[in-house]
Design a protein around this ligand. Structure first.
Ligand SMILES: CC(C)(COP(=O)(O)OP(=O)(O)OC[C@H]1O[C@@H](n2cnc3c(N)ncnc32)[C@H](O)[C@@H]1OP(=O)(O)O)[C@@H](O)C(=O)NCCC(=O)NCCS
Length: 332
């Protein structure tokens, strides 16, 4: 029997209109455009403004655009996986809200929580349903409204994060394209360095937790940086080794956009030049689960069918991983 692979057959993204520049951040906290640019590579990020607007707004806009461009009817969708750490509500799942809003009347959906690695975890999870022949059309979403959990008086975190996301369609293929391999890891050793202290069952919301600012992202940046810089590159090299890929075989590195210095270090250890590294951190900052689909959306017209992509991420938890995929279509 011919082996089925899961292939990304379309991508669409969404970023809110409001642009929060480094210049505006200079008026909010003690920082400078020069510091932010040189330490992170970020110039601006997007913010979703308006009451009652959650991550589903970003996801729904992405999926609507995706369905339109791939000429997919919502009733054809089997499964929706939404990777996010900023769900509209703790429950029900944001994937539920999205499914109903887009008219996916035959689908089921769930959220996946793996911080900045959420999208690639979801990509691997979805691809297994396709490889097993169970489902034919799966939507994988990575989206976050980070502004809902960022403290805009904390200069060490508010400069990094932004709102945005995107979605891809996964379908079966018997061609020599699609998702070929993936490796993932998680390790609770990272908990102290990147987490939200309250709002879960361990420490429910109270006046005290709000007064203490415990519902914001807590990050010890340099510890996260050190772990990310080593582990993201290590796992990328491992997936390359297991698939006999040399640097010259890689057409694109698609790295999570947390810090340009982490991305540069990963590319350098892989031995690939900057032209092969997808990058939009300057415009969007770190949108957590949103960075990878936003990159694929930005670069879609430049990717050729058959190109070898290594998608890599690192995030809170810690979580990390790498996915090797051969691009399945030309969109240009
Ligand atoms: C957050 C991050 C940009 C900070 O950069 P860094 O070079 O590690 O900086 P440090 O935290 O060591 O701080 C260095 C100095 O800059 C200061 N600083 C921190 N933020 C600043 C800002 N926005 N503007 C100006 N100075 C700042 C610190 O207070 C510190 O000052 P001190 O030396 O007087 O104590 C960096 O650690 C990082 O990107 N970490 C990884 C984050 C990440 O990947 N997160 C998401 C996981 S996916």
């Amino acid at each position: 029997m011919t082996k089925l692979r899961a292939a990304i057959t379309g991508v669409h993204g969404y970023v809110p209109d409001y642009v929060l520049t480094n210049a505006e951040l200079e008026t909010m906290v003690e920082t400078t455009d020069e510091w932010i640019t040189s330490r992170t590579g970020i110039k601006e990020r997007r913010i979703l403004k308006g009451n009652d607007k959650g991550t589903s707004v970003i996801a729904i806009e992405s999926v609507k655009g995706l369905l339109e461009k791939t000429k997919t009817k919502p009733e054809e969708i089997d499964l929706i996986i939404c990777a996010t750490i900023t769900p509209d509500m703790v429950f029900p799942a944001t994937a539920n809200v999205i499914g109903t809003e887009i008219g996916a009347i035959n689908a089921f959906g769930y959220d996946l929580l793996a911080a900045c690695s959420g999208f690639i975890y979801a990509l691997t999870t979805g691809s297994k349903f396709i490889e097993a022949g169970i489902y034919k059309k799966i939507i994988i979403i990575g989206a976050d409204k980070m502004s809902s959990i960022v403290d805009y008086t904390d200069r060490t975190t508010c400069i990094i994060f932004g709102d945005g996301g995107g979605a891809v369609l996964l379908e079966p293929t018997t061609e020599d394209v699609g998702i070929i391999d993936s490796i993932h890891r998680s390790d609770g050793i990272g908990l102290p360095f990147l987490h939200m202290k309250a709002g879960g069952s361990r420490k429910p919301a109270s006046h005290e937790t709000i007064d203490a600012g415990d519902h914001y992202v807590h990050q010890e940046g340099s510890a996260v940086f050190k772990f990310a810089v080593v582990n993201m590159a290590d796992i990328v090299l491992k997936v390359m080794r297991l698939n006999n890929l040399q640097s010259s075989d890689i057409d694109w590195l698609v790295p999570h956009q947390a810090n340009k210095r982490i991305i540069d270090a990963t590319a350098s250890r892989m031995g690939i030049v900057e032209d092969k590294v997808m990058m939009n951190i300057d415009r969007y900052g770190n949108t957590t689960a949103g960075t990878i689909p936003l990159l694929l959306w930005d670069y879609e017209s430049k990717i050729n069918k058959g190109d070898n992509l290594i998608i890599a991420a690192f995030g809170g938890g810690f979580t990390w991983g790498a996915v090797y995929t051969k691009w399945a279509y030309d969109s240009h």
